[in-house]
Design a protein around this ligand. Structure first.
Ligand SMILES: NC(=O)c1ccc[n+]([C@@H]2O[C@H](COP(=O)([O-])OP(=O)(O)OC[C@H]3O[C@@H](n4cnc5c(N)ncnc54)[C@H](OP(=O)(O)O)[C@@H]3O)[C@@H](O)[C@H]2O)c1
Length: 265
């Protein structure tokens, strides 16, 4: 399944009592063949990276590790120091993909310089961004063509990026990592989605994920600390939505009809 289906970790590492279950969930995901884990220095203020470090102990080579730097740490020196701290918590010597979490006040030139220095030192293999709109992307693209992804809020109920940003990224072959792909479970109660899933023999979560996976250049990173959720979500990989099913979802969840400001959670 390579890297199209990953595991999110937001809200992990916040509560010591839940930690063993979180570690176990990530490990069971690796056992099921998932390779990508998405985390950030922000999640649990380092706690989520520690959970990930524990989960991948002894199996680092199986994993494509994504982490993110806070915008206020994304300066030339700050990003290098933040990355070193993340590596310690993750108990590894490299991050596969390191992202700027969102745009802050540090100029892009400094962040790019830091990312390139980290890459040259082998501390990160690739870098990318998150929550950047088309204008931000244009600005960054003028500085560097090494942008590996833009991680964005994208799901059936949040299709705004389809107007300008997604086509822009497609033209430049930059994949999208769709975060909150089931809208933090809120989407699963949507009557239109519940009805669609029932009629087509899948669960609402599987329908929402299969819709994203139907796109060539979209990676999904649902978070599930409940192993039953994880298994259910993985079922989406076996579903190929037909043109008629996709059209039905378009009617229930229409694409944008004009420019839409970038949304984020
Ligand atoms: N770059 C950014 O700014 C940004 C922002 C948001 C998220 N992210 C990343 O994207 C990941 C995913 O987004 P998210 O965590 O916000 O939301 P999400 O993946 O859309 O939803 C996660 C929530 O849904 C529940 N869930 C998962 N599968 C389910 C199922 N089959 N049935 C019922 N409930 C289910 C989970 O519960 P359990 O945990 O109890 O299983 C959890 O509460 C994050 O964890 C994070 O790594 C990035």
């Amino acid at each position: 399944m390579k890297h199209v289906f990953g595991m999110g970790t937001w809200y992990m590492g916040e509560d010591a009592a839940r930690r063993p279950a979180e570690v176990a969930a990530l490990r069971s995901g690796l056992d099921l063949g998932i390779r990508l884990i998405d985390t950030a220095e922000m999640y649990g203020e380092g706690g989520a990276e520690e959970v990930v470090g524990e989960a991948i102990a002894g199996r680092r080579d199986e994993v494509f590790l994504v982490s993110k730097v806070y915008p206020h740490n994304a300066s030339r020196k700050g990003a290098v120091a933040a990355c070193e701290r993340s590596l310690k918590r993750l108990k590894t010597d490299r991050i596969d993909l390191y992202l700027l979490h969102w745009r802050g006040n540090v100029p892009f030139t400094e962040t790019v310089e830091a990312f390139e220095a980290l890459r040259a030192a082998g501390k990160i293999r690739h870098w990318g961004v998150s929550n950047l709109d088309a204008g931000d992307m244009e600005e960054l693209w003028a500085l560097s063509k090494a942008i590996h992804t833009n991680q964005l809020l994208y799901n059936l109920a949040r299709r705004g990026i389809e107007w300008g940003l997604l086509p822009w990224l497609r033209e430049r072959r930059i994949p999208v990592m769709a975060y909150s792909p089931i809208e933090q479970a809120r989407l699963l109660k949507n009557p239109a989605l519940v009805d669609f899933a029932k009629r087509h023999g899948m669960t609402p979560a599987q329908a929402a994920l299969a819709w994203l996976l139907a796109k060539d250049d979209v990676i999904v990173i649902p978070k599930a600390s409940n192993p039953a959720h994880l298994k259910e979500n993985l079922g989406a990989l076996k579903i190929k939505l037909t043109a008629a099913q996709l059209a039905e979802l378009d009617r229930a969840f229409p694409p944008p009809s004009g420019p839409t400001p970038l949304e984020m959670l």
